[in-house]
Design a protein around this ligand. Sequence first.
Ligand code: NI
Length: 182
Amino acid sequence: MTIRQLHLLGSPLLRQSATPVAVVDDAVRRLVDDLFDTMRGAKGVGLAANQVGVARRVAVVDVGEEFPPPLVLINPRIVHASDVTETAEEGCLSIPDLYGEVERPLAVTLEALARDGRSYSVELSGFKARAAQHEIDHLDGILFLDHLSAVKRHLLVAKWKKSRKGKPGYVKDVTPEPAGEL
Ligand code: NI
């Protein structure tokens, strides 16, 4: 189990457009496993490679529902998005403790490569669709803040800067809580 450090708002990696994966090899599989470990350690529902300092098009999503099972998104593409949208609160492991209401398509169809390198397609709706869209945004250097109005965004960024005062750097260690803790 390898929990990697998280890159926080301010890290240039979060603004980088990630490079497609040419071959799903052992290094990519290890990255997938580390993303799951880090995401779970940080109690998140999704994590993109940019957030652990790797600008490759790899992300994971696990919203804790049985279907579809946890998603491995390698070179993911949204091939269809519903006209119907939904607005709901989002946060991000790279911008801890800040939340904003983001409007997104309610349902999307994705194509991606799985951990074994095979391509697959999946239809998602609701929270799963939102989480997947949020992670795919990360791979293009987009954060949930970018979907907010300028006023809201400036407010959150100001809060963020205040909370980061005196804390150097853009990376943080993920310290999972001991098993069994409520
Ligand atoms: Ni995020």
